[in-house]
Design a protein around this ligand. Structure first.
Ligand SMILES: [Zn+2]
Length: 306
C-alpha cells in the first residue's frame, strides 16, 4: 500500500482526497524577502485555520505546505492547525533558494545537508517527532547558483535514501529542465519530482519536455492575473492533456501572501481553484476524470514514498 507522510502520521494514498500541492499556511520569510515585501509573512495561526476551514468546506482534504526551512517553516504551528481542522497537512524538509539561505547552509557540505534532510524525514523536524512528507530545493532566475546545486544534490541523495518525493522551486519557471539534469545525475527517480511554478513561464514546449523526462509539472498561478489571465493557464493545461501528460500535472494556488488570503482580508483565497477555476475548466472542455487525475490521483502518486 502506498503511503503519504502527513504531519499527523502516515495516510494511505487512496485516502488522500482532493489535494492542493503547493500552498502556505505559516511563514516567517528572511529579512531579504521581508524587505522586498512584508506581504509574504503569514504569522497568524487563527487566520490559517480560518482559511483552511474554507478549503475544507469547498471540498478540500489535503494541503501540501510549501514553506521551507529558510523561509520560516513552523512544524509545531502546522501541527496545531492540522489538529484544529480536519485536513491532512504535508510539510517539508529542505530549502527554497540561495538568496534566502542562512550562512550555515551556504557553508555546509552536500552530505551534511543530506543527513539533516534524512534525519528530519525519519525522526522529525526541529526537535519534534513531526515528520516532513517531502523534500524541497530550488534555484534562481535563469541560473542555478553553486549553493543551490549543492542543495539539489543533497535533496536527490535524501530522496534516494528515504524514498521521499521532491518539489523544486523555480524562479519564474526557469531552470526546471536544468534542475532535472542535476537530480538525474544523482540518480533521482524523476517520476517523484515536481518542478514548481512552471506556469510562470507559460511555454508549453518547455513543460512537455519536463513531462517527457518523467517529472511532474507544477502549475500554481491560477487567479494571478497580474502575470497574465487564466485563459493562458487553461490553454497550457489543455495542451498538456492533448499531449498525453494528464498524469504529470499538479495544480495549486500558492496563496503565499496576506493579500491573497480571505482570512487576512484579501483574495481570492483557498476557495478559488475549487469554486471558480475547476468549474471554468469543466466549462472549457475538461471532464470530471481530468479533475480527479489532477487533484486526487496525481498528488497521491507524487507524495507516496517510493
Ligand atoms: Zn510557494
Amino acid at each position: 500500500m502506498k503511503k503519504i507522510q502527513t504531519i499527523n502520521g502516515l495516510v494511505d494514498a487512496e485516502d488522500l482526497g482532493f489535494t492542493y500541492t503547493h500552498e502556505h499556511l505559516i511563514c516567517y520569510p528572511p529579512a531579504v524577502a521581508m524587505k522586498d515585501d512584508p506581504d509574504f509573512e503569514l504569522p497568524h495561526e487563527d487566520k490559517a485555520i480560518e482559511e483552511l476551514k474554507m478549503f475544507k468546506k469547498a471540498g478540500g482534504n489535503t494541503l501540501v505546505e510549501g514553506t521551507a526551512i529558510d523561509y520560516g517553516r513552523s512544524p509545531e504551528a502546522l501541527k496545531r492547525i492540522a489538529d484544529a481542522v480536519d485536513v491532512n497537512i504535508v510539510f517539508l524538509t529542505g530549502f527554497n533558494k540561495g538568496r534566502f539561505y542562512p550562512n550555515w547552509v551556504i557553508k555546509a557540505e552536500i552530505e551534511e545537508l543530506k543527513e539533516l534532510m534524512v534525519d528530519e524525514l525519519r525522526n522529525g523536524a526541529d526537535n519534534t517527532n513531526l515528520k516532513p512528507g517531502y523534500i524541497k530545493c530550488g534555484s534562481w532566475y535563469n541560473v542555478i547558483l553553486p549553493e543551490e546545486e549543492k542543495v539539489t544534490r543533497a535533496a536527490a541523495r535524501a530522496h534516494k535514501e528515504t524514498g521521499a518525493p521532491i518539489w523544486v522551486h523555480t524562479e519564474a519557471g526557469t531552470m526546471g529542465l536544468e534542475q532535472l539534469y542535476i537530480l538525474e545525475d544523482e540518480g533521482a527517480d524523476l517520476s517523484k519530482v515536481c518542478i514548481g511554478h512552471s506556469d510562470r513561464n507559460a511555454d508549453l514546449w518547455y513543460h512537455k519536455k519536463m513531462a517527457e523526462r518523467g517529472a511532474y509539472v507544477g502549475y500554481d498561478g491560477p487567479s494571478k492575473v497580474k502575470y497574465y489571465p487564466d485563459s493562458v493557464r487553461v490553454e497550457l493545461i489543455k495542451g498538456m492533456l492533448e499531449a498525453g501528460y494528464r498524469d504529470r500535472l499538479l495544480i495549486s494556488g500558492d496563496m503565499g501572501r496576506k493579500s491573497y488570503l480571505k482570512s487576512y482580508g484579501g483574495g481570492p483565497g483557498f476557495e478559488y481553484i475549487l469554486k471558480k477555476f475547476i468549474p471554468r475548466l469543466l466549462d472549457e472542455g475538461l471532464d470530471e476524470e481530468d479533475i480527479k487525475a489532477i487533484w486526487k490521483e496525481n498528488p497521491a502518486d507524487w507524495l507516496s514514498f517510493k
